[in-house]
Design a protein around this ligand. Structure first.
Ligand SMILES: Cc1cc2nc3c(=O)[nH]c(=O)nc-3n(C[C@H](O)[C@H](O)[C@H](O)COP(=O)(O)OP(=O)(O)OC[C@H]3O[C@@H](n4cnc5c(N)ncnc54)[C@H](O)[C@@H]3O)c2cc1C
Length: 106
């Protein structure tokens, strides 16, 4: 990605579409819309795929991220007890909050 960052959006598109054609076949050349997101140039994440905390922060304080407050329930990968920061954690947190809300309604 750092190499691509030096190229124009048009040049990136050409190279990425060529890769997709190599992986998925000639139909992948029929691009109707192309959005280029340069994650590594994002101001806050700088390309990092997950938020990290020092050791013990989540173990000691993680429960505070998922404690409902006045009927507001908190989902999102950072609130997950497992696979924090990843898609799996996001889905797990959604399932947890759905259950919390259903329990609260019963
Ligand atoms: C570059 C990159 C690569 C990654 N690669 C992987 C990978 O290979 N595998 C993997 O498992 N995970 C990967 N991840 C992590 C994964 O994308 C996240 O863990 C997951 O998307 C988190 O889902 P979420 O629903 O918790 O939050 P998000 O997907 O961030 O969703 C939160 C949503 O809330 C919206 N929102 C924010 N504030 C408000 C507001 N005030 N009102 C209304 N809406 C609001 C946002 O616009 C966003 O749509 C990657 C992440 C990045 C950035």
């Amino acid at each position: 990605m750092r190499a691509l960052d030096k190229l124009s959006p048009e040049e990136c598109q050409r190279l990425i579409v060529a890769d997709n054609v190599r992986y998925f076949g000639s139909k992948a050349a029929n691009v109707t819309e192309f959005v280029l997101q340069r994650w590594d140039l994002e101001e806050w994440s700088r390309g990092g795929p997950v938020a990290i905390t020092p050791p013990n922060v989540l173990k000691e304080n993680g429960h505070a991220l998922r404690t409902p407050v006045d009927g507001i329930h908190f989902a999102g990968t950072e609130t997950s007890e497992y696979w924090t920061g990843y898609m799996e954690g996001a889905i797990r947190s959604g399932v947890r909050v759905a259950k919390e809300i259903l329990r609260a309604k019963i």
